[in-house]
Design a protein around this ligand. Structure first.
Ligand SMILES: Nc1nc2c(ncn2[C@@H]2O[C@H](COP(=O)(O)OP(=O)(O)OP(=O)(O)O)[C@@H](O)[C@H]2O)c(=O)[nH]1
Ligand SMILES: [Mg+2]
Ligand SMILES: [Zn+2]
Length: 336
């Protein structure tokens, strides 16, 4: 494979990753958002072997959302370079594979979509993804969907209260049925890379449909080289929207276990505990079993929502108790 001149490389955004090939939108539509429309082409490119040499404990060298430099003049086109990630959403690959799996890179925001009713709102799932977003420095927004089913707004009020103490957390109330909050959601999605996360049945597809009916993945023409054989999609995909920007689905991602967490980090992922944890008897209190724990007391007194404290203990439980404990340690975000 010849290495193209630096000037021939094009900058694009990875929208899909298959076993041997990645799909790249060129030029990057996010960079040119708001400018006169440039036609976007989706090209297929093979990652250079050297990209696999610097995995740095990660399972995959390229993820959807990555900005890459592609040499389109080789056959097949090749991904020459992956640009440094601004952030990414990752997790422990699986219970058998301790490596970090990067699910999507360069994320502007994550929407945690939960239904107020049918199936009902899952606090534990929500709290875990909020923790993961904090860990990965991804702004999070909670979407209370199916507001039409919450006739008196009592459920919405209850859950609003639960999250009122979490700083920098926006809440949207939507209904794909009566259209509430759809304009707001649309505005938030424009020109950004957004992850839509939430349990099955929460209404993610319905919300997207209300925004862009029949959301289709716009794919460019596929060069003949790749027409042989099947390509299996292994990770999430970026779906380009007409209004500009991408939404990412996270198929089959049910359990979110952030990679690299130690027990000391978990505390920082529940920032609504901060004002209480200041009063814990031990500065390095894990709020688990220690005497004089102000967080446990606050939970008992109803000052910290039960569900938040339960989610915290649940996440703490999973983190290796033998891991180094240093409350002053800066989280290692593992950015490459
Ligand atoms: N009443 C009401 N029903 C809704 C609303 N949004 C979605 N639904 C219904 O809820 C069911 C599930 O909606 P989906 O959009 O398929 O949910 P999803 O989150 O995409 O689920 P998965 O694709 O399985 O992850 C469907 O029957 C929708 O019609 C809403 O705002 N109000
Ligand atoms: Mg769906
Ligand atoms: Zn404590």
């Amino acid at each position: 494979m010849s290495i193209g001149d630096e000037n021939e490389l094009v900058l694009g955004r990875v929208v899909r990753v298959d076993a041997k090939v990645v799909h790249v939108d060129v030029p990057d539509p996010i960079a040119s958002f708001g400018e006169p429309e440039t036609p976007i082409e989706t090209i297929l490119a093979a990652p250079r072997g050297s990209l696999f040499e610097s995995l740095d404990g990660k399972k995959n060298p390229i993820s959807v959302g990555d900005l890459v430099r592609v040499n389109p003049s080789t056959d097949p086109a090749s991904v020459e370079e992956v640009l440094p990630r601004r952030n990414y959403l990752g997790r422990v690959a699986s219970s058998h594979d301790p490596r970090e799996q990067v699910l999507v890179a360069n994320v502007d925001q994550l929407f945690m979509v939960g239904a107020l009713k049918n199936p009902g709102f899952s606090s534990n799932r929500t709290d875990r993804i909020l923790a993961a977003c904090r860990w990965h420095e991804i702004p999070a927004i909670i979407v209370f969907n199916k507001a039409d089913l919450d006739k008196k707004g009592a459920l919405m009020e209850k859950y609003r209260e639960t999250y009122a103490g979490v700083p920098d957390l926006e809440i949207l109330v939507t209904s794909a049925v009566d259209g509430r909050g759809i304009d707001e959601l649309t505005e938030r999605l424009k020109g950004r890379v957004s992850v839509l996360y939430g349990p099955s049945g929460a209404g993610k597809s319905s919300l997207l449909n209300a925004i862009q009916p029949g959301l289709k993945i716009k794919e460019g023409k596929i060069s003949s080289y790749w027409n042989q054989g099947k390509h299996t999609t292994t990770y999430s995909r970026l779906h380009r929207m007409e209004l500009g920007g991408y939404v990412v689905d996270t198929p089959g991602i049910r359990v979110f276990r952030p990679h690299g967490l130690t027990r000391s980090h978990v505390r920082d992922l529940f920032p609504d505990f901060a004002e209480h944890q200041r009063n814990c008897e031990y500065a390095n209190c894990t709020h688990d079993h220690e005497p004089g724990c102000a967080v446990a007391d606050a939970s008992e007194a109803g000052l910290i929502p039960d569900t938040r404290y339960a989610s915290y203990l649940n996440l703490l439980d999973e983190v290796d108790p033998d891991a180094a404990y240093d409350p002053d340690e800066e989280p290692d975000l593992g950015l490459v």
